[in-house]
Design a protein around this ligand. Structure first.
Ligand SMILES: Cc1ncc(COP(=O)(O)O)c(C=O)c1O
Length: 426
């Protein structure tokens, strides 16, 4: 698609854009351009309604909400899992909404990591999110296998080469845990290729979908992925600290949960209160505790919305926005003042939902100046600013205006007016 660098072109792009009907469904401040959909998605009016519905049910039914809620709270995890399945290319019984990203990593590793003979290692990459690495290290430690961590290195400190990951696969590796989209650079990995190669070496492979769920389609079952997990508070707009989700390939339904809890019990007999644990016969077995109903309710609206649009359409709209954003930066930013480069791969097939920009200097102050001017982005150490335009509520004109503000900050060196002092959340 050919773009033009003027506001009229942005307005023309907006004119026929069906997604703008969804923008109205979110709470937005007219003075703010919210580009952190990959961190915490915005509140929609329908998500708010779902929370209010759950509150009303609590007020009205008390404990009976577990059966009298509509839908019954008791089955929320399963129902939300069914609604998530089309987004990740899974069957409904392979998908369950439960726990949180890190907790689900613990559960899945506790269930899938069974070191045996030479096969004791867990493979990760050096660019993965810290919490994933902490979880892997602590799971290795549970088995006295602290030294069995294999870390695939990045060549450029920003992206990974699938061939480097595959070259590190061998018969000493029990499990590979990788991101679908790298949280910093926004690179999208080739899940199918990695899964096939892992299986050729007898390795079980799991993916963290935190930065891809709700913004691009997946084909987890088609690719034969063994397990996956994610959060629902980024592109799925389910709210701060909302409940997470996980996927278990049905070929592993006979696997016992490593961390058993009553919510993973076969639900038909859960309330018989037996001390013998009878796990659910599907991914539901991986649930541990009572589902947090108030933080799960908003997800109904987000999943309804994305299923109505279609995840393929969301992806198309997302790619249009990130490529337009990259184009505008190339057109409008003065590289003399602050040298910058986009570290997210340009190729659509290797790009997730955000653009990460590396600045040779002053990245932090630029991010702060952007926020002060109403363009909400996030800064990641040491030199990167991430721009994540959710197509559900960010228009082409928003992107045009955001880049105009960024250009003003950079080209006029306005970041010099901002203090260097750091906040605790950047
Ligand atoms: C890739 C990735 N993994 C793990 C986490 C941690 O998530 P949680 O706090 O939900 O466990 C995050 C949080 O942003 C993340 O982006």
């Amino acid at each position: 698609m050919k773009y033009k660098p003027d506001i009229q072109f942005a307005r023309d792009l907006n004119k026929d854009n069906e997604m703008l009907a969804y923008k109205e469904k979110f709470y937005q401040d007219d003075d703010r351009i919210y580009l952190v959909g990959n961190s915490l998605g915005l509140l929609s009016k329908s998500a708010e309604k779902e929370i209010m519905r759950a509150l009303d049910e609590w007020r009205e039914h008390g404990v009976e909400g577990w059966t009298k809620g509509e839908p019954a709270w008791f089955w929320y995890g399963e129902k939300l899992g069914d609604m998530t399945a089309p987004l990740i290319g899974a069957e409904p019984e392979e998908t369950i909404v439960t726990g949180s990203t890190t907790l689900n990593i613990h559960q899945l590793l506790a269930s899938f990591y069974q070191p045996e003979g030479r096969r004791k290692k867990i493979l990760v990459d050096e660019l993965n999110f810290p919490s994933d690495i902490y979880a892997v290290k602590s799971q290795l430690a549970q088995h006295g296998n602290e030294s069995e961590l294999v870390v695939v290195e990045s060549r450029d400190g920003r992206t990974l080469e699938e061939e480097d990951i595959i070259a590190a696969f061998n018969d000493e590796i029990a499990i590979a845990l990788l991101p679908t989209v790298l949280y910093q650079s926004g690179q999208l990995l080739d899940v199918k290729k990695l899964t096939e190669a892992a299986h050729e070496h007898g390795i079980l492979i799991g993916f963290d979908l935190a930065h891809s769920v709700g913004i691009l389609p997946h084909d987890l079952s088609g690719a034969g992925v063994d397990f996956a997990l994610w959060c629902n508070y980024k592109y799925l707009n389910a709210g701060p600290g909302a409940v997470g989700g996980l996927y278990v390939n049905k070929k592993h339904f006979d696997r016992k949960p490593g961390l058993a809890g009553w919510w993973g019990h076969d639900k038909e007999t859960q309330f018989e209160m037996s001390h013998e644990f009878t796990p659910a016969e599907d991914a539901g077995a991986m649930q541990i505790s009572t589902l947090p109903i108030l933080s799960s309710a908003p997800l109904f609206s987000s999943l309804d919305m994305i299923n109505e649009i279609g995840i393929e359409k969301v992806r198309e709209e997302s790619l249009n926005r990130t490529s337009y954003l990259a184009y505008l930066m190339a057109e409008k930013l003065d590289t003399e003042t602050v040298n910058y480069s986009i570290v997210t791969p340009e190729d659509d097939s290797r790009r997730g939902g955000h653009i990460a920009v590396k600045f040779e200097r002053e990245a932090y102050r630029i991010s702060k100046a952007l926020k002060e001017a109403g363009v909400i982005v996030d800064f990641r150490e040491p030199d990167t600013i991430r721009f994540a335009p959710s197509p559900l509520y960010i228009s082409f004109e928003d992107l045009y205006n955001a880049v105009e503000i960024l250009a003003d900050i950079i080209n006029q060196e306005r970041f010099e007016e901002v203090t260097k002092e750091r906040g605790s959340v950047t």
